[in-house]
Design a protein around this ligand. Sequence first.
Ligand SMILES: [Zn+2]
Length: 151
Amino acid sequence: MDFLSYFESKIVSRGRAYYRSGNARITSVDGNVVYGEVEGSDGHVYDVQIDLEKPYNSYCDCPYASGDEDMCKHEVALYYEYLEHKDEYVKSTASSNVKFDSVEEAVESYIKNLNNSQKEEILKTLIIESPEWLREKYLPKYKEDIIDKLK
Ligand SMILES: [Zn+2]
């Protein structure tokens, strides 16, 4: 079901107006949850989070939404802001918006997002810059002539 279909139409049009005035700002995206701040009409900035899969789990700390019962215009504004910037977040999820538990996990994710020529370039640099004993391991049959040239 469409995210906006959970909201009353007057809330959707007010939220859309907020988005158009540049009131919404995304702070981070984690999977289906978008975190951000939306400035209200009185200049107060509200903490907003929207769940794209489960819109009814969306949250805003404005008086109107009080708790997570009501769906407010700030959530709608953040949703429109997300629609505009979606592509940037989908692409950059692995590199900048996800926290990793280990270095290994971060490296795996980094590698997963590289294309083949980027992988080749990195591997090449690593081998060339490796200490000699490691280079010999990767280039056993070229040992004599190539390793000498790399020195
Ligand atoms: Zn709100």
